[in-house]
Ligand binder design. Structure first.
Ligand code: ADP
Ligand code: MG
Length: 730
């Protein structure tokens, strides 16, 4: 790119006006879920008996027979065709992080030389996409390429453009999960079963426990023209070089600031489209870094919330382009300023409307509250390493551990009130706590939690797993990740903890201990066991890293080694006991994650080497030559000693540039060689470790020198849009 072109692009970006957003007269409540086959639409488009059967399938997990599927498909087809739909696709979440779809037209031969629109129950329920191009971690070799996608009736179908989108799971010919949704649904079933059993100690009427998820999606916007001029952004989603701009986030003036017009237009457009797809968008605001924003819906049942998150990520990218932006979902698109995460607010609730992670009004409610809090901590404590593995990636590592996001150690913040409640429970005796009132109902000496909670405004931003009043907020999830990976671990770990809890309580009861005492005794034991996971201090501090190691928490920082957690005995045992993932499936997942890690670093290293050699060095050398030219010409017009004096600063610059250039050229060679060596390694784990240990650090080391050249070289020559140009809209 010539420098004139660079200025043209930057200039255009600054002059762009907001795209018109249709000013709708109808209200969100009127167009919400317009493109979703909701229950109301089922009731309208399906015969009454079929509608009832579908409700049983969705609510009670009843089996869907083919006759019902055919009838449902007929109703769906009618609804969809009224919206101009001509195609359908199974929509699934392969382990590559995005979503996948293969469209089929509704058309069929009518047997008389013409065509009819057809959509059958079979097409709705099952498809056999060629699975060979999706990562399977060796579960299915390429010659046995068949995989099945099967409809998930608990997530409603929806329409995008001319296509009916059918949420599905994706499994191999032999039944192993090749996606996120299949194990997610199993983990939700496991936690439902275990939590229902425990909830019944307190509320005998409970039939079902639901896992809730409210995600908060952070993202950056950059102008499309500037994006196109950055090969690194284009290829990897982040800037591999670029010096800090003089002003970035140090003034704290962006967070919750007024939203720039161009961005506000984008947000409005996005929200309208999301609401039409049934995504209950609620919150939007500027985030901490310049050009960083957040969008959050109202929480939903976890399976649906995850589908909605996957959907909104693709919607954001699409709508951004309409507005002349690119939406960056990478966890760390720019060095030196905050990266993007996806806080996952998680809680359990019963079908009778009790929020299990929320404090209640009666002593019994409060005992239930404490039980579910402590068992959540038990799950997170036992599997803290695995929870970290579920969110580690080549991209999220740049965000974790920097002084902006939770460190690469999973711990839990409870706040003062809840912590002191647990301390109180830990040390008190049964009799101290329980006294029977006249009415023979239990009264527990647990402080009035609801009131305390309302005052409990202390928030710890450094904690990866923080209690926030009626839910836990898992903050380590990366902005572009499928939150299913974390939700699978969290819900399964919770299911395991509750199962173990119930076994011990039941044993005490069988031994003649009164139920409330049995529960309290077991909780007390668990409060002691999981104590190391509780940490309310500064998670960014160096002291915490050492303290966490002393407590036996997982403090590993190397991504490929963190991934070992998928295969440790505790993990394998938990997943097989809870019937969520088999050992073979875990091995496959681990291999895919390692392979993805390697490929991401590999691509970064290649494009980075190219930029250094084709963009930076030529420009730096050209500018250096200009300086040299100047130095020698100075000698022609000034006497020697005066020229020497005047030339000193430029000679200094020439020398500095020489050093930077030399470092870059030499180390790009080394980078290429390190890649070559790593590529020869056959074992996926060893290869990923080589990329982590030898390739990734070289990128960082070289970047330092390239970024210093940016400070020296004539701005007019510099080939890439700079941070200050990309990061501020006017
Ligand atoms: P912040 O953490 O930024 O203060 P909010 O209070 O807006 O965020 O809430 C963030 C998300 O948490 C929203 O999606 C909200 O619906 C969700 N949320 C609130 N209560 C619960 C709950 N009990 N379980 C799960 N998610 C919840
Ligand atoms: Mg939050």
């Amino acid at each position: 790119m010539s420098s004139t072109l660079r200025f043209q692009i930057v200039g255009e970006a600054f002059n762009k006006r907001a795209v018109e957003v249709p000013n709708r007269k109808d209200r969100p409540s009127e167009f919400f879920a317009k493109y979703v086959f909701t229950r109301q639409k089922m009731a309208k488009y399906l015969p009454a008996n079929i509608y009832k059967k579908m409700c049983d399938v969705i609510d009670e997990g009843a089996v869907l027979d083919m006759a019902t599927a055919d009838a449902v498909a007929a109703g769906m087809k009618k609804w969809a065709m009224e919206l101009g739909v001509t195609h359908c696709t199974h929509w699934f979440q392969p382990l590559t992080e995005g979503t996948a779809e293969k469209h089929d037209g509704f058309v069929e031969h009518d047997g008389k030389g013409g065509m009819v629109e057809e959509f059958t129950g079979k097409q709705l329920v099952q498809q056999e996409p060629d699975a060979s191009s999706f990562p399977s971690g060796g579960i299915r070799s390429t010659f046995e390429a068949r995989g099945y996608s099967a409809w998930d009736p608990t997530s409603p179908v929806f329409v995008i453009g001319d296509t009916l989108m059918i949420p599905t799971i994706f499994i191999s010919y032999t039944g192993e999960a090749l996606d996120y949704k299949a194990p997610l649904k199993k983990s939700l079933k496991a936690v439902d079963k275990a939590a229902t059993a425990v909830a019944r100690y307190f509320y005998p009427d409970v039939k079902k426990v639901i896992s809730n998820l409210g995600w908060e999606q952070e993202y950056f916007l950059v102008d499309e023209g500037l994006y196109a001029a950055r090969p690194d952004l284009l290829m990897t989603g982040r800037t591999l070089l670029g010096h800090d701009s003089a002003k970035n986030q140090q003034m704290d003036d962006h967070y919750f600031g007024s939203i720039p017009m161009r961005v506000a237009a984008f947000m409005k457009d996005l929200e309208i489209q999301a609401l039409e797809l049934g995504i209950p968008c609620k919150t939007r605001h500027n985030e901490v870094a310049p050009n960083q924003f957040e969008l959050a819906p109202i929480f939903e049942e976890t399976n649906l919330a995850i589908d909605h998150n996957m959907l909104i990520m693709s919607l954001m990218k699409k709508v951004a382009r309409k507005h002349g932006f690119r939406c960056l979902l990478h966890e760390k698109p720019f060095a030196g300023i905050n990266g993007s995460g996806k806080h996952c607010n998680w809680s359990l609730a019963t079908d009778t409307g009790v929020l299990l992670h929320g404090p209640g009004k009666t002593p019994l409610d409060n005992l239930r509250f404490v039980t579910f809090i402590v068992e959540s901590l038990m799950g997170v404590y036992r599997h803290n390493g695995l929870l970290k593995a579920s969110i580690i990636s080549a991209t999220n590592v740049h965000r974790l551990g920097a002084a902006e996001a939770p460190p690469a150690i999973v711990s839990s913040f409870l706040g003062k009130e809840l912590s002191s409640l647990l301390e109180h429970l830990e040390t008190s005796t049964d009799d101290e706590l329980i006294s029977l009132s006249a009415k023979q109902t239990l009264s527990l000496d647990i402080p009035q939690i609801p009131e305390l909670m309302q005052d409990n405004t202390d928030r710890n931003r450094t904690s990866p797993f923080a209690f926030t009043g009626n839910r836990f907020e898992f903050r380590a999830v990366g902005s572009q990740q499928n939150c299913a990976a974390a939700m699978i671990v969290l819900n399964t770990a919770m299911a395991e903890a509750l199962t173990d809890f119930k076994m011990r309580v039941d044993k005490l009861i069988a031994d003649g201990i009164e139920p409330t005492k049995a529960i309290l005794r077991t909780i007390r034991e668990d409060i002691k066991t999981c104590k190391p996971i509780r940490f309310d201090g500064n998670g960014y501090s160096e002291a915490w890293k050492q303290e966490a190691a002393r407590r036996g928490l997982d403090v590993e920082t190397s991504a490929p080694i963190i991934l070992d957690q998928y295969l440790v005995p505790d993990t394998i045992e938990m997943f097989s006991r809870m019937n969520v993932l088999t050992k073979a499936e875990l091995e496959a997942r681990n291999e895919i994650k390692l392979d993805t890690y390697t490929k991401k670093v590999q691509i970064e290293a290649r494009i980075f080497g190219d930029i250094c050699m084709n963009h930076i060095i030529p420009v730096a050398t050209r500018y250096q030559t200009q300086l040299i030219d100047n130095v020698s010409k100075m000698k022609t017009i000034f006497p020697a000693d005066q020229a020497d004096e005047l030339n000193r600063p430029n000679l200094n610059l020439i020398q500095q540039m020489g050093k930077h250039n030399a470092f870059i050229i030499e180390n790009v060679e080394r980078l290429i060689e390190a890649r070559r060596v790593a590529n020869r390694i056959k074992d996926e784990r060893e290869k990923a470790i080589a990329y982590h240990d030898t390739v990734a650090p070289l990128i960082e080391a070289i970047r330092y020198h390239a970024d210093h050249l940016e400070l020296i070289v004539d701005d007019e020559l510099w080939p890439l849009p700079k941070y200050r140009e990309m990061l501020f809209f006017h």
